[in-house]
Design a protein around this ligand. Structure first.
Ligand SMILES: Cc1cc2nc3c(=O)[nH]c(=O)nc-3n(C[C@H](O)[C@H](O)[C@H](O)COP(=O)(O)OP(=O)(O)OC[C@H]3O[C@@H](n4cnc5c(N)ncnc54)[C@H](O)[C@@H]3O)c2cc1C
Length: 402
């Protein structure tokens, strides 16, 4: 932990993709401002931003009125642009969403409808066309094809962004939890991912929210890299925010399956007793049990199904259902945790991004998937919101001084 006598214009809490893209946008608009980014870990991307699927989504899942729909299409373009400009390989993998029966076929048509409303390039293709793209894929009558979905290495993006920001004089203080940070600042941006609710509550915000952790386990395929040629996804249950176990072709061309969405017991419950916190466990178990009893948004079947994924056999079988042939040869990869905001009043998982403001601070409360894809575009919106918030408080102050 460091102390400094300098007063920074902005203190950003969290060196994940959200904090760093907001710093990038602030600096793009005004190169002269001073920014410090603090993180409790010893480097960037140690949590969700470095432990995700690395998929640049296209934007067809989200209802038209959502912030997710608003920022995914442009975010996908801006992230690709950042990668091209900084020599980061973008694997233009494309993607196919497959159906297993008549009911899921309806889901394919619903996704196509959402794509059209959201201005996303997709098409419905028949089994012959699916076969031409990847003869191994199984689908029921039709599938949804997305040509703009791609893969990148998310950690490589985070490290490059850090380098770019340092060149713009943004300072990073690592091993610096917010509770022990004594830096002086004009405006605070809380982009602390899994702990954003806790920090926001210190500013009198996020009163009806808490974060629930869902563990995303991945398995890497150890056989032939050409066995799967494109990202393959099932039709998701649109009443919860998870997309279902899928195949991703990573930026180095390997194949992985996952992530699961298994209810976890504390916020950084990656494996074993890693980062165990008894107070968090009591809080998380309280809310998970409540959801289980009330069965809000079918949490009971979601939880029971997801727990089955602890069996590798079951997990692999789920993925096997989408293809004609795949070997059983997989090995575990590092897991990620999706920090998912729960509205404690309505007992619902919040589907969209949430941004709240207090005087001289802005808090990003639900930076769930596809926030990595959206990040550069979302940051433009957050910075507009920060400027509006400053104006709002200035005008309140001016009125009080009249
Ligand atoms: C399994 C999984 C798969 C995903 N797949 C995709 C995908 O394919 N495509 C996509 O677009 N999105 C995906 N996402 C979502 C994406 O990873 C997240 O939306 C995004 O990384 C959130 O970024 P963030 O900066 O808000 O959070 P984080 O990356 O978690 O960063 C928050 C930072 O805050 C720090 N911090 C926390 N508390 C404190 C504190 N008190 N003091 C100081 N620092 C603190 C943490 O150490 C951390 O570095 C996935 C997420 C997961 C978990």
């Amino acid at each position: 932990m460091k102390n400094s006598n300098k007063k920074y214009d902005y203190l950003i809490v969290g060196a994940g993709i959200i904090g760093m893209t907001i710093a990038y946008e602030l600096k793009s608009r005004n190169p002269n401002i001073s920014i410090v980014i603090i993180d409790k870990e010893d480097n960037v991307g140690k949590h969700a931003s470095g432990r995700n699927s690395g998929v640049l989504h296209a934007g067809f899942y989200y209802s038209a009125d959502s912030l997710k729909a608003k920022f995914t299409v442009n975010g996908n373009k801006l992230m690709k642009q950042f990668c091209y400009n900084n020599d980061i390989f973008v694997n233009e993998t494309k993607k196919i969403v497959v159906a297993k029966d008549e009911i899921e076929l309806e889901g394919i048509y619903e996704l196509q409808k959402r794509a059209e409303i959201n201005g996303v390039e997709t098409s419905i293709i028949d089994e012959d066309t699916v076969y031409k793209i990847d003869p191994n894929i199984k689908t029921y009558k039709k599938a949804l094809y997305s040509p703009t979905t791609a893969s990148i290495n998310p950690l490589e993006v985070c490290f490059k962004l850090k380098e770019v920001l340092e060149k713009k004089d943004v300072e990073f203080y690592f091993n610096t939890p917010f509770s022990k940070c004594h830096l002086d600042y004009g405006y605070l941006v809380n982009s602390s991912g899994a702990y954003a609710d806790k920090i926001a509550q210190q500013f009198g915000l996020a009163k009806n929210y808490t974060m629930l952790p869902f563990k995303g386990i991945y398995l890497k395929y150890l056989e032939n890299k050409t066995d799967i040629k494109t990202n393959i996804y099932p039709v998701p249950n649109l009443s919860n925010p998870f997309l279902g176990v899928h195949y991703t072709i990573t930026s180095d061309g390997s194949i992985k399956i996952g992530p699961t969405a298994i209810p976890a017991f504390w916020r950084e419950n990656y494996s074993g007793f890693n980062n165990f916190n008894i107070f968090e466990m009591i809080e998380v178990l309280y809310y998970e049990s409540k959801l289980f009893i009330l069965n809000s948004f079918n949490f009971r079947s979601l939880a029971l199904n997801e727990f089955k994924n602890y069996s590798t056999k079951y997990f692999i079988q789920t993925a096997k259902n989408m293809v004609k042939k795949i070997e059983n040869n997989f090995k575990p990869m590092p897991a990620g945790i999706r920090a998912q905001l729960l509205n404690t009043k309505t007992n619902e998982l919040v589907q969209d991004f949430v941004v709240e403001h207090a005087e001289n601070s802005t808090h990003i409360l639900n930076s769930v998937s596809p926030a990595f894809t959206c990040s550069f575009s979302f940051a433009e919106y957050v910075v507009d919101q920060i400027n509006n918030n400053k104006l709002r408080y200035n005008s309140i102050l001016n009125k009080e001084n009249l």
